[in-house]
Design a protein around this ligand. Structure first.
Ligand code: NAD
Length: 357
């Protein structure tokens, strides 16, 4: 078994939280606080071993450092995991205990909901610490993050359209949208408003029906697509807004698009699939930059939360995507590699030898 510091690699701090009275067993990982205090959601999952929980929290917190650098927010990477079954092991006392551990870090770590945890859980943690973000407006938070996330997707589409077609206009083009939920639904509606041709698939008939009715009052046209047939639609851009791993061995050979730009997390099944898209001449806009709007809004809560400031910052996603595209062309690397380099540079520029915390 490797030594614990070897396991931590570049992580700054790993906190094991044990509260036998409530059954809480949690791990908080602080990866990098160069840009500011660590930020990352708290996941609850019945991990089979402590080792599996540790591996997950180390991996997820590292990813948050990169996401924060890409979104250019004043936070670093962190994450928490609670070992337990979210269906049966939760209690208000457990989340209060978790809140006390977060409070003990004295502002080094901010957290909120993730898979397996809800705002109801964090309403208990909030009694112990102020370091909770992403709470509903009723609790003094900034509310629905799908609005800035949608703005980021639209700005990314504009940047990609400019580089491929010489215009930032969204209308007059064809899009294949997977998922008409909180983000995909708003993106599709905006594209229709701008006069685009939208093909869409969703598991929900109601969502498809609603969008079809919405389209009637717009200059755009709407077409329903069945399930995975969305990957074979001939369009300018594929817009994945449902699950992760959608760019894989099965889907990539089917694609008949010039670009992929969407909100879904972890779209590439592996980094190699990014190279494959490039070889096929398909421009991939890295998901963690495209979908950074929600993170920008949550991070802005630290400054009181301002809708105008958040929308202004999501406009910068246009520039980040444009920069990644031109760098990947210049250096003959994939957009994924160019995005990673951009984040690394931002961290180095901001570090100036001293961390914030
Ligand atoms: P959502 O749950 O509101 O919507 C997802 C939609 O996808 C649903 O309508 C669902 O029916 C549909 N769907 C699921 N599987 C499908 C399939 N196989 N084929 C077609 N449709 C399918 O979620 P959301 O908030 O809109 O988020 C969408 C994606 O964007 C997720 O991957 C999420 O992690 C990511 N994301 C969201 C935000 C945000 O602010 N909401 C921020 C960053 C990333």
């Amino acid at each position: 078994q490797p030594d614990v510091f070897t396991r931590m690699e570049e992580h700054e701090q790993v906190v094991f939280c044990n509260d036998p009275a409530t059954g809480l067993r949690a791990i908080i990982a602080i990866h990098d606080t160069t840009l500011g205090p660590a930020l990352g959601g708290c996941r609850m999952h019945p991990y089979e071993t402590t080792e599996a929980a540790l591996e997950d929290v180390l991996r997820l917190s590292r990813g948050m450092t990169q996401k924060c650098a890409a979104a250019d927010v004043d936070f670093g990477g962190g994450k928490a995991v609670i070992i337990g079954d979210p269906q049966k092991d939760k209690s208000p006392a457990m989340f209060r205990a978790f809140g006390r551990f977060v409070a003990s870090l004295q502002g080094r770590f901010y957290t909120g909901t993730d898979m397996g945890t809800t705002m109801e859980d964090f309403s208990h943690a909030l009694k112990e610490t102020e370091c909770i973000v992403g709470v509903p407006e009723a609790y003094g938070g900034s509310g629905d993050s799908s609005i800035p996330t949608t703005a980021g997707v639209l700005n990314s589409l504009r940047a990609v359209n400019e580089s491929l077609f010489g215009t930032t206009a969204l209308g007059g083009r064809t899009y294949a949208v997977q998922g008409l939920g909180k983000v995909g639904g708003k993106v599709a509606a905006h594209l229709l408003d701008d006069g685009a041709d939208v093909y869409a698939a969703d598991l929900s008939d109601d969502a498809l029906e609603a969008m079809s009715r919405y389209a009637e009052g717009t200059p755009g046209t709407f077409h329903r697509v069945d399930g995975d047939a969305i990957f074979a639609v001939e369009a300018d851009v594929l817009v994945p807004c449902a699950m992760g791993g959608v760019l894989n061995d099965t889907t990539i050979p089917q694609l008949k698009v010039r670009a992929v730009v969407g909100a879904a997390n972890n779209q590439l099944a592996s980094r190699e699939h990014g190279s494959w898209l490039q070889e096929r001449g398909i421009l991939y806009a890295p998901d963690y930059i495209v979908n950074g709007g929600g993170l920008i809004q949550v991070a802005d809560e630290l400054y009181g939360g301002s809708r105008e400031r958040v929308l202004k910052k999501t406009n910068a996603i246009f520039t980040s995507i444009a920069e990644v595209i031109s760098q990947s062309r210049l250096d003959q690397i994939t957009t994924v590699e160019a995005a990673d380099r951009m984040c690394e540079q931002r961290l180095q520029e901001r570090a100036r030898g001293n961390n914030f915390f």
